[in-house]
Structure formats: structure tokens, C-alpha cells
Design a protein around this ligand. Structure first.
Ligand code: TYM
Length: 327
């Protein structure tokens, strides 16, 4: 039997090239070897107080981008998280297997709640704290063996593993303890305006990210303006996070390793180097956007089919879990 993979992307903001390199690309590469359940995490998006019409648009865009990137609904079950009610039930059950201490130690929670605290008018939404148990539920519900994610989600997966082990010890073997799959190249694509920070789809600085739906010409220009350093020499070094980030993006999109990418680029000055990276990104965006337009009209049908399959597995899991805990 094939091992199982589960992963998802939160429906906030515009998907970036970081989401593609850190996650989607790996889903596609793994889809022949594993049984995949890939969803749009629309319930997760509620922690941001997102406007209904924006959430509706984001959901469909992400599904269309999954398809455009090469996920094949004949091989991979694609669905919207909120179409499977079991995600909400397991979240509640797992919240009761987790402590506030554990949840408040999550880096993402600390970062996001700090931002809110600095802004006196904003309250911290409870979902921001409990979000990792919903994510754990997403994974454990399907007994995933492997979870492809970028580096920023590693801590949430560690928590998921702890919850799974804890539950199994308490109630008998119920969950598979999942392993993370973090890509060797591009585990954390950095912001173009501040290469010490992660490239993020919820950033307010448009120049800091390449969105998968950016006009290719605009994306090209963003690369020309990306922050580097004053050395004008192209090589990978911890001291050159901006240059290293652009080389990483180039290597991942060309499917070559970092050493090879570095060799191909090392004789260029920064203007030539940025042109080269910009052109690779432009070509990639033109291609994915062409497919995105074609696939967009199939999104609803595919999501309905996917939810049927996901519901079958998730409902069976919930029945088993309920029985174990005495509900
Ligand atoms: P999200 O929506 O923030 O990001 C989706 C995926 O993209 C990866 N990623 C990156 N990888 C490399 N460089 C970057 N700059 C970058 N930015 C994002 C993330 O690591 C992630 O893999 N909670 C999750 C979504 C989720 C989930 C799940 C994932 C909900 N349930 C169950 C796996 C399994 C999130 O907010 O990811």
C-alpha cells in the first residue's frame, strides 16, 4: 500500500513563490509515489478576520493553482477543508489533549500576537492560539505518514507528533505519528526587501514577495529591485542572504542543485544576475498562469469530488476516535 501524504495551504493572501517552492512543488513531485490528500485550509484563514468575498476568491485561486502546478485530481484528493466537518470535531477533541503552555510557546503564535499587542486596538483572536490543534487534526484525521511543509511549519508538526504520541499512550494506538518532509532547496524563501525575513503571502509590502498571480513583467521588476549587498559577486554565503535567496529560487525553478546554480551564475555581475533570475521567474509565471486560467473553471467540480473521498476517510476516523475516548 502507498504511504499517505497530507498537506494544505491557508487561504489568506496571495500565494507566493515561497509557497510554491516550499510546498506545492513537492506535493507534485511526490504524487506518483504516495497517496496524497491536499486541501485548501479555509478554516485556518478565519484567524485573520478575512472578508468573506476575499476568502471565497482565495479558496478558488489556490485550488486552481494546485491544478496549474501539476496536481492531478485522478491521483491526488483535492478539497476545501471546510467541506469536511470532521476537521472541526477533531480540533475540539485535540484541544483537550493540548495545554495552553504548549500552544503559547509556538513561535508563529508569539510573533503574530506580539504584532497585535503593539496595536492597542486589536484583540488577539482565540483561533490564533488554538490554530496548531486544527492543523494537527488535519494531519491525524487521515493518518498521514508524511507531511510536506516549509521550515516555518516544522514546530507545528513537532507538536502534532507529540499530540499523536500522547493520544496513543492514553487511549491505545490510534494515530500514525507523521514525519515532516522539508525540501533541501528552498525550505525558507526569504523576503525580497528584507532577506532576513521569510517571504510571506500576508505581507503588506508588495515588493517583498513574488505572487504566483503577479503580472510576469511586474515580478521581473521586483527581482531587479531585490535587496542584495554591495559586493557585486554572485555566490552563496550566510553573509549574503539576498544573493543566496535569489540563487535558491533560480535553482528550485530550474530543478538543479545549488552548486550547479551557483556555477551557472558566478561570473555575472548583479545586474546580469538579476536579469537571469528575473527571466526564469517570468517564464515560470507565464506558464503556470496560462494553466491557472484553463483550470479555474474546473475548481468546483474537483473540490466536490475530493470532499466526497476525504469525508469517507475522515468520518471513519472520527467514529474510531469517538469510540476510543468514550463519546
Ligand atoms: P501557509 O499557508 O503559511 O504556507 C503553506 C505552505 O507553504 C510553506 N511556506 C514556505 N516555504 C518556503 N518559503 C517560504 N517563504 C514559505 N512560506 C510558506 C509553508 O511552510 C507551508 O508548508 N498552517 C499551515 C497550513 C496548514 C497545513 C495543515 C499544512 C493547515 N493544516 C496540515 C500541513 C498540514 C500554514 O499556514 O501554511
Amino acid at each position: 500500500m502507498k504511504k499517505r501524504i497530507v498537506s494544505g495551504i491557508t487561504a489568506t493572501g496571495k500565494l507566493t513563490i515561497g509557497n510554491y517552492i516550499g510546498a506545492i512543488k513537492n506535493f507534485v513531485n511526490l504524487q506518483n509515489k504516495y497517496e496524497l490528500f491536499i486541501f485548501v485550509a479555509d478554516l485556518h484563514a478565519l484567524t485573520t478576520n478575512i472578508k468573506p468575498e476575499i476568502l471565497k476568491k482565495n479558496k478558488k485561486d489556490i485550488m486552481a493553482l494546485y491544478l496549474a502546478a501539476g496536481l492531478n485530481p485522478k491521483k491526488t484528493t483535492l478539497f476545501f477543508q471546510s467541506d469536511v466537518n470532521a476537521h472541526g470535531i477533531i480540533n475540539w477533541i485535540l484541544e483537550n489533549q493540548t495545554t495552553i503552555g504548549e500552544l503559547s510557546r509556538m513561535t508563529q503564535y508569539k510573533d503574530k500576537s506580539k504584532l497585535k499587542k503593539n496595536n492597542q486596538n486589536k484583540m488577539i483572536i482565540t483561533g490564533l492560539l488554538t490554530y496548531p490543534t486544527l492543523m494537527s487534526g488535519d494531519i491525524l484525521l487521515y493518518n498521514a505518514d508524511v507531511v510536506p511543509i516549509g521550515k516555518d511549519q516544522k514546530q507545528h508538526l513537532e507538536l502534532t507528533r507529540n499530540i499523536a504520541k500522547r493520544f496513543n499512550n492514553k487511549y491505545g494506538k490510534t494515530f500514525v505519528v507523521p514525519k515532516p518532509y522539508i525540501p533541501k532547496i528552498g525550505e525558507k524563501i526569504m523576503s525580497l526587501t528584507n532577506p532576513n525575513k521569510k517571504m510571506s503571502k500576508s505581507s503588506k509590502i508588495e515588493k517583498s514577495y513574488i505572487a504566483l498571480l503577479d503580472e510576469p513583467e511586474i515580478a521581473y521588476k521586483k527581482i531587479q529591485k531585490a535587496m542584495t549587498d554591495s559586493e557585486n559577486k554572485v555566490y552563496i554565503s550566510e553573509k549574503k542572504p539576498g544573493v543566496a535567496n535569489l540563487i535558491t529560487i533560480y535553482a528550485s525553478l530550474k530543478n538543479i542543485d545549488l552548486k550547479k546554480a551557483e556555477n551557472q551564475l558566478k561570473d555575472l555581475n548583479y545586474a546580469e544576475f538579476k536579469k537571469e533570475v528575473g527571466n526564469v521567474i517570468k517564464k515560470f509565471l507565464i506558464n503556470i498562469q496560462k494553466k491557472y486560467k484553463i483550470y479555474h473553471k474546473n475548481v468546483d467540480t474537483i473540490a466536490i469530488e475530493g470532499a466526497k473521498k476525504a469525508n469517507k476517510i475522515a468520518n471513519k476516523a472520527i467514529k474510531n476516535i469517538k469510540n476510543k475516548i468514550g463519546l
